[in-house]
Design a protein around this ligand. Structure first.
Ligand code: CAA
Length: 289
């Protein structure tokens, strides 16, 4: 599938089929790759299946895809709870919750499963790729690939190279991402990478503005949409990202840089504790059907 001279990639594993993982699985399957999607239990598999059916169903409704193309795409994705299925993967993309302990345990267990030449990627938004890589016996084959939400739509993917990532691994991952029609950018391993470092200070500021009752949520969002041409206002975007994810990203960036800009606005934590996680839970700054 990819035109990198050194290596043919045809099978991709995706671990974790939440919003991001399911979106990533869809992107690969859309581009002809065989995808093995792994979840921790049957409930996770079912949730992943629903994500995939909903997203591709939306494309069918908009006449961007026929029903036959949708079934072909879904037919390229195998969903399982069995990690050993990843032995067939050329590339594994981990997209589970932002927990260093969980990610490290996954990268450790991949050791006994994947082929020696497989590339292991993490979709972490803010954790240290270097730390995650140390859990595996081949840290040189570990790299960050950070997709943006919604993954089937946003063209940017940040590639995070650590000080030990093999240059050939970086080159091959760039080739695969270009093959998906994505626009990869490369950066070093620092919390937030390029886009979130720039984006989250702004999002956090919008939450503080809302929390301080300076303006309504609608007016804060309208100001940025109609005044600055952003496709979504900051509070609607936070609901799309997930308030739990947003909180974790801000908290990690704050702990690393101690920049007040990233000290999570208190109401964000309160929403997360109350289970208001944004679109995925049906309510965040806004309420969803
Ligand atoms: N899954 C798949 N496709 C989707 C989708 C989803 N969740 N949401 C929208 N789309 C597709 C639609 O099907 C449509 O495709 P076509 O043009 O082919 O028909 C296209 O996207 C446009 O959708 P809509 O017309 O429904 O809505 P829109 O024009 O308002 O676009 C949006 C929706 C793409 C989400 C747009 O508002 C946008 O780009 N918002 C900003 C998103 C953003 O900033 N993302 C980055 C978040 S930060 C991040 O992800 C990093 C992190 O670590 C948290």
């Amino acid at each position: 599938m990819t035109d990198t001279a050194t290596r043919e990639f045809s099978t991709v594993g995706v671990i974790g089929l939440g919003t991001m993982g399911a979106g990533i699985a869809e992107v690969f399957a859309r581009n002809g790759y065989s995808v093995i999607g792994v979840e921790v239990n049957d409930g996770g598999v079912e949730r992943g299946r629903q994500h995939l059916e909903h997203s591709t169903g939306r494309a069918v409704k908009r006449e961007k895809m026929t029903e036959d193309q949708q079934s072909e795409l879904l037919g390229r994705i195998t969903l399982t709870t069995d990690m050993t299925a990843l032995s067939a993967a050329d590339l594994v993309v981990e997209a589970v919750v932002e927990s260093l302990a969980i990610k490290k345990s996954i990268f450790a267990s991949l050791d006994g499963i994947v082929r020696d030449d497989a590339i292991l990627a993490t979709n972490t938004s803010s954790l240290s790729v270097t730390e995650i890589s140390t859990a595996n016996s081949k840290p040189g084959r570990v790299i960050g690939v950070h997709f943006f939400n919604p993954a089937p739509v946003q063209n940017l993917v940040e590639i995070i190279r650590t000080v030990v990532t093999e240059p050939a691994v970086l080159e091959q991952v760039q080739g695969v991402l270009r093959d998906l029609g994505k626009n990869p950018v490369v950066c070093g391993d620092k919390a937030g990478f390029i886009a979130n470092t720039l984006l989250f200070g702004y999002l956090n500021h919008a939450v503080a503005m809302y929390e301080g009752k300076y303006a309504s949520r609608e007016d804060i969002d309208a100001a940025m949409r109609f005044g600055c041409g952003y496709p979504m206002g900051p509070l609607a975007l936070l609901d799309l990202i997930g308030l739990d994810t947003a909180y974790e990203i801000l908290d990690t960036m704050y702990k690393q840089g101690r920049d007040r800009l990233h000290a999570p606005a208190p109401i964000l934590k309160q929403y997360v504790t109350a289970g208001l996680l944004g679109r995925k839970s049906g309510r965040g700054f806004y309420t969803y059907e």
